[in-house]
Design a protein around this ligand. Structure first.
Ligand code: SF4
Ligand code: SF4
Length: 182
């Protein structure tokens, strides 16, 4: 008798010898991603690998692989995708998006995954720090007296160190990083 066929909880190979039980999969995840702005075309992917071949981040970080991320989403590996920091490695350079023969908007898809990860409370520490800086100073690189001295030397007018109006625009992001209450 084929023991595997009768296994009530089949497993999915994750690579590196790790197996995943079917019970850990979320079969609605691909649909959830498709419903996010930018995630619409994910089901068109036929796994050709052109995106991964051209990805500059993959060249330096071999564990980052857009094709693999897409397969994981389509298989329903919700937790593995959203809890892993690798979705945040995408530099939004659009190389993959320009090369995809199926018209999958991969860079937009990565942004959709970042948004989903954010809503489930998973993001690098640097993100809320950057948002706080934007809210308080209106820029990620606030200018100080030293910068303005260099500008004066170069014949340029001084610039303000902060842009408070940006903080007003970012008001809705005050709760960034806190998981949504059910
Ligand atoms: S290039 Fe497009 S079709 Fe090919 S693996 Fe990447 S997303 Fe899928
Ligand atoms: S947009 Fe992201 S996934 Fe696509 S090639 Fe650039 S870094 Fe890689």
């Amino acid at each position: 008798m084929d023991a595997q066929r009768n296994d009530p909880s089949p497993a999915v190979e994750m690579g590196e010898g790790r197996m995943m039980d079917e019970g850990e999969l979320d079969f609605g995840f691909a649909q959830e991603v498709s419903a996010e702005p930018g995630g619409e075309g994910i089901v068109k992917c036929f796994a050709c690998g052109s995106c991964s071949a051209g990805c500059p981040v993959r060249r330096f970080h071999p564990t980052f692989n857009p094709r693999r991320i897409i397969r994981m989403v389509l298989l329903g590996m919700r937790d593995a995708v959203l809890r892993d920091p690798f979705v945040w490695l995408c530099a939004t350079c659009f190389t993959c998006q320009e090369r995809c023969p199926q018209g999958v908007r991969i860079a937009d898809l990565m942004r959709a995954l970042k948004n989903l990860a954010l809503r489930s409370g998973n993001m690098p520490e640097g993100i809320p720090m950057q948002v706080n800086l934007l809210r308080e100073k209106g820029t990620l690189y606030p200018l100080d007296e030293f910068d303005n001295k260099k500008r004066t030397k170069a014949g340029l007018p001084p610039l303000p160190g902060a842009h408070e109006d940006v903080g007003v625009l970012l008001g809705d992001l005050a709760d960034l990083g806190r998981p949504k209450e059910e």
